[in-house]
Design a protein around this ligand. Structure first.
Ligand SMILES: Cc1ncc(COP(=O)(O)O)c(C=O)c1O
Length: 493
């Protein structure tokens, strides 16, 4: 019996792919936004859209009017906390571009950066390409990020006086890829305090922040609120600027200069605190990856630094046309309705996100139930994001499981791929494992390699890409693969 054929080009049921299903892509909304832009262009003799020439070079930070709408959107979606405002927002081409920008503007080759473990492995690839030394925190397996472990780790690192400075910590604090954990508000407060003590920036990748359907089965979520506060709202410098914006309104929000005076990390004599958090997010998961539009949110002095990057100033902002399209969707629908999604007066994007959350909640619950009931492993039911992080039964190794699963027509991401060393061990037998360890050890410490190998007791399954039918069929195949590996690898066989 061959693998089930769900689509012609992809016979494999692929739980590894972290993409949205094409049925979740909002084609009608994009078409609607294109129509509005097209009408607006035709009606204006100067080719203006929303009072500006979109085909012209624009503001480095992104169009001000668009950033006002973006700030209102963030304040609608995250009302609990310190308000977003345009002066603290910078347009990017997505989170990946944001990470690239932060690495190129705020670090020098040889600097060190700390990343959580397990982590979003493609981020550490970006850091390595900037010749940064990536230091993975000791792996927490399924426990989620530990502030005290971070504090201790950085203190230990500081004992080595010859080491280069640690510039930043990178983590995914909301519905993490891969662990699906979120940091509570208490942990966020403690993390920012620790980062300030050590003089380290916190780079928070918040790409899943708004894919949130409430807190379930997550003892760590504490009084997180729904969704949790954006990480930047814990930065005293951001709070100071946000409060000044609230009190003085648009006069500060519209200014192009720094809020009070230029602050740089380490500048002790300022009356305002040093900025210590950068939140990075995008429309990738809440609209479409192909839009390539995202944002950075930070205290204005950091925004000024990043917007001053030669590439951005020389290009006059990075995405004026995408911004114009999204601006349409960030406003209440002027007239008509998008069938089955929103009516006149609704915020189109908000309605789309609500639909995504309800679909993903159902699919994640289905997947978690199947995984737990079919003996695939133990998984917490996610309260947001894209992924289920599964502890395999004792003695089952994800590297051994993968080829067996592939043969049956199902795939997943082995846990060790989520280790920041980039150690992707692909052994199918012990000899190959020894070989892979030898290669990995040349570039990483033994401790890190052991840590990566320990993650092979885990797998990451994505529920966003597959349909409910594929999730059901795929988990049946995975359970079969686990049984085969468990009986083959059990002592005595
Ligand atoms: C944690 C995380 N950050 C960033 C990205 C990529 O974001 P973008 O498409 O905005 O560059 C992904 C995509 O899978 C992700 O999981």
């Amino acid at each position: 019996q061959g693998p089930p054929q769900f689509c012609e080009c992809c016979p494999m049921i692929d739980f590894a792919k972290g993409h949205p299903n094409s049925s979740a892509l909002p084609r009608e909304l994009l078409a609607q936004a294109c129509d509005v832009l097209s009408e607006s262009l035709k009606a204006s003799s100067e080719g203006q859209i929303f009072g500006r020439e979109v085909l012209q070079y624009g503001a480095s930070e992104g169009c001000h009017r668009y950033r006002q709408h973006l700030a209102s959107f963030l304040n609608r979606k995250c009302p609990d906390g310190w308000p977003a405002f345009p002066r603290a927002l910078l347009s990017t081409n997505g989170v990946s571009h944001g990470l690239e920008l932060v690495s190129s503007v705020l670090t020098s080759p040889g600097d060190r950066v700390v990343v959580e473990s397990p982590c979003y492995f493609l981020a550490s690839d970006i850091f390595r390409q900037h010749h940064l030394e990536v230091l993975p925190l000791p792996s927490t397996g399924g426990e989620g990020f530990s502030v005290s472990a971070f504090d201790e780790f950085v203190r230990d690192q500081a004992l080595c006086p010859s080491a280069k400075p640690i510039r930043f910590l990178y983590l995914v604090p909301s519905h993490c890829n891969p662990s699906s954990h979120s940091l509570s508000n208490e942990d966020r407060t403690a993390l920012v305090a620790a980062a300030q003590r050590h003089g380290i920036l916190v780079i928070a990748d918040e790409v899943y922040h708004l894919l949130d359907w409430g807190r379930q089965d997550d003892p760590k979520n504490g009084n997180m609120g729904n969704p949790p506060r954006r990480m930047v709202a814990f930065d005293p410098a951001f709070r100071f600027a946000s409060e000044a914006h609230r009190q003085h309104g648009m006069s500060l929000g519209q200014g192009s200069g720094p809020l009070t005076h230029q602050m740089t990390p380490g500048d002790e004599d300022t009356e305002t605190p040093n900025p210590c958090v950068i939140s990075i997010s995008s429309f990738t998961k809440i609209f479409a990856p192909g839009l390539r539009l995202g944002w950075i949110e930070a205290a204005p002095p950091l925004i000024d630094k990043l917007a001053g990057s030669g590439y951005i100033t020389s290009g006059g902002g990075v995405a004026p046309i995408q911004e114009a399209l999204v601006q349409v969707l960030l406003q209440p629908m002027a007239e008509g309705a998008v069938e089955g999604l929103c009516s006149a007066g609704d915020f189109a994007l908000d309605s789309h996100i609500a639909r995504l959350n309800s679909e993903y909640e159902a699919k994640s619950a289905l997947l978690a139930n199947m995984v737990n009931s079919k003996g695939i492993g133990i998984a917490r039911r996610p309260s947001g994001g894209y992924f289920l992080w599964v502890k395999l039964p004792d003695g089952v190794n994800s590297q051994h499981l993968l080829p067996v699963a592939n043969e049956l027509g199902v795939s997943f991401l082995p846990g060790s791929r989520c280790h920041a060393t980039g150690v992707s061990l692909v052994p199918v037998d012990t000899a190959a494992e020894e070989g892979a360890r030898a290669v990995a050890t040349r570039s990483s410490s033994t401790l890190e390699v052991d840590d990566a190998v320990a993650l092979d007791g885990w797998i990451r399954l994505c529920f966003a890409w597959l349909s409910s039918e594929e999730i059901s069929a795929g988990t049946t195949l995975l359970a079969e693969a686990i049984q085969r590996v468990a009986s083959r690898d059990s002592p005595g066989n």
